[in-house]
Design a protein around this ligand. Structure first.
Ligand code: FES
Length: 248
């Protein structure tokens, strides 16, 4: 494999000394099988140990290496330097406050994640002696795609609506919410639908669809948002169709 040189322009921001983020250039030797993450690791190991960025698995599973690569939200471990001949620009994920260099503050998403209750809340608790909560392959199919989310937040960096108003629940949290609402073992869908139909819920979405384009796991959060728009609208109209109770 031949070794070439790429110029990596990397966003730097150290709050104790920088007034605003800026770009620092590094010349990095690379081979065709090197990812952007490996390029950043080369910089940290060989050129500037003060560079900060998140990563863990190196195989598109943990979701921690999300960043902007030439202006597009990408997983750095799944993006190859060979696809950026000459120069590549690496910046912190858009729409999040920057903690340091390429590390963003995730508090807003963590709070949203907590709100959607991303776990199964059984309709009726089953005693251990009754065994597992069984599910058919067809029931699994209803949510399987949405369960592939790795919380990498590329969809939030791609979402113009979240960029304008961070109160929006956002594509990732809605996809996860949908994953649990579609699970036959779960019984908390009515509680979660209150979040879906709320002011900061699905109707905040302006249907750009870029969230699904950048999703590295093909979760299709835009579809989850659309399905929930339909369900929330249906729930609203069904309220009028329900027989009214008689007052005594
Ligand atoms: S390092 Fe885990 S997704 Fe990239």
């Amino acid at each position: 494999m031949t070794e070439q040189i790429i110029r990596m322009e990397v966003m730097r921001y150290r709050p104790e000394q920088d007034e605003a983020p800026w770009l620092q250039s590094f010349d990095v030797p690379y081979s065709d099988d090197m990812s952007v993450l490996q390029g950043l690791n080369y910089i940290k190991d060989e050129l500037d140990e003060s560079l900060s960025f998140r990563w863990s698995c190196r195989m598109a599973i943990c979701g921690s290496c999300g960043m902007m690569v030439d202006g597009v939200p990408k997983l750095a471990c799944k993006t190859f330097l060979r696809d950026y001949p000459g120069t590549v620009r690496v910046e912190a994920l858009h729409h999040f406050p920057i903690e340091r260099d390429l590390v963003v503050v995730l508090d807003d998403f963590m709070e949203k994640l907590e709100r959607i209750q991303p776990y199964i809340i059984p309709r009726q608790e089953q005693a251990l002696s009754e065994g597992e909560y069984l599910q058919t392959p067809t029931q699994l199919e209803r949510y399987a795609q949405f369960s592939s989310c790795i919380n990498c937040l590329l969809c939030y960096a791609a979402c113009p609506q979240y960029g304008l108003d961070s109160s929006f629940l956002g594509p990732g949290a809605i996809a996860l919410l949908h994953r649990y609402n579609m699970d036959s073992r779960d019984g908390a869908s009515e509680q979660r639908m209150e979040l879906v139909a709320a002011e900061e819920g699905v109707f905040h979405c302006t249907a750009v669809g870029y969230c699904s384009e950048v999703c590295p796991k093909h979760v299709d959060p835009a579809n989850a948002v659309n399905l929930n728009k339909t369900r929330a609208a249906g729930d609203y109209f069904l309220r009028f169709a329900k027989p009214k109770g008689r007052c005594q």
